[in-house]
Design a protein around this ligand. Sequence first.
Ligand code: COI
Length: 355
Amino acid sequence: MDIKITQTNNPKAKPNEDDNLLFGTIFTDHMFIMDYDIDKGWHDARVIPYQPLSLDPATMVFHYGQEMFEGLKAYKTKDGRTLLFRPNKNAQRTNKTNKRLCIPEIEEEVFIDAIKTVIKQDEDWIPTKPGTSLYVRPFIIATDPFLGVRPSRTYKFMIILSPVGAYYPEGLNPVKIWVEDEYVRAVRGGLGEAKAGANYVASLKSQVEAKKEGYSQVLWLDGIERKYIEEVGAMNIFFKIGGKVITPALVGSILPGVTRDSVLTLCKEWNIPVEERKISIKEIYQEYLNGTLEEVFGTGTAAVISPVGELRWGDHIMNINNGEIGQLSHKLYDVITGIQLGEIEDKYNWTNEVK
Ligand code: COI
């Protein structure tokens, strides 16, 4: 693909090695942008200085939310290479999301080439301190200036880059999670398995209420019976019960996470029995009472592995592993970040070098 590059004349000051890189607050010097219209398809791919957009107030994305996004990370290895982690999975998921949201698809190669080209421009922005990386945020918005409800005929695909530390202020320390049994995030047949901004709007109200109670995230139950565990919104969820690892099956309302898939692959390699199935909150509580709920952890690109130290379901407070990080959570974090950083053998060909 031909990508035109315009470099900035005003490079910004980069964060210092010791700065706390609060997730999603700092952006690099350049961005990628490409347009779509019905006649030309995706066209005019370019890397430009990071800048605000100018859009007509009638632009469809502002009114009906036809928008998708992705998230992946780039890492700097000790020998100076830049590695992406499974970008093909994000490209494939983009197209599944696009189909659901009536957004035109983007070829996998074009998607990955765009990411690599913009990262190449801002390679110096990749932080190297342990626990940091360059978060890559591809996204697409509907841009027709039109107030009728139908799919837009024009779009913009953009990629912005942000040097980040841990997603949660807790870092690898266990987070406290609120089990939501009033509001729901998604239902089967809805948008739950798509990476649509709309899913995250749906989560805000209960996240705000959970925060007031001192919980950092919300664990969603299924939208119909409000019994079965789905996901956390910014993460998929795993339970280690009596030596087995259990995660909710992808039933249509759960995001198919790249880290989720990586964890399942590693557990199978390590001969840990894994089950992808329906699991109710009642079952989790019963296992907790039995003393067999050994570990709970979330998985996500931004969060990587996030141990859960407490689950609150109504009046029941489940204190997990004494609020400490579990052995398996720790091992998964070390191995996944080790592969991402090129320090552990990449048996599955998960990393993809930016050259
Ligand atoms: C990610 O992990 O990349 C996500 O998309 C979650 C996001 C809401 C921070």
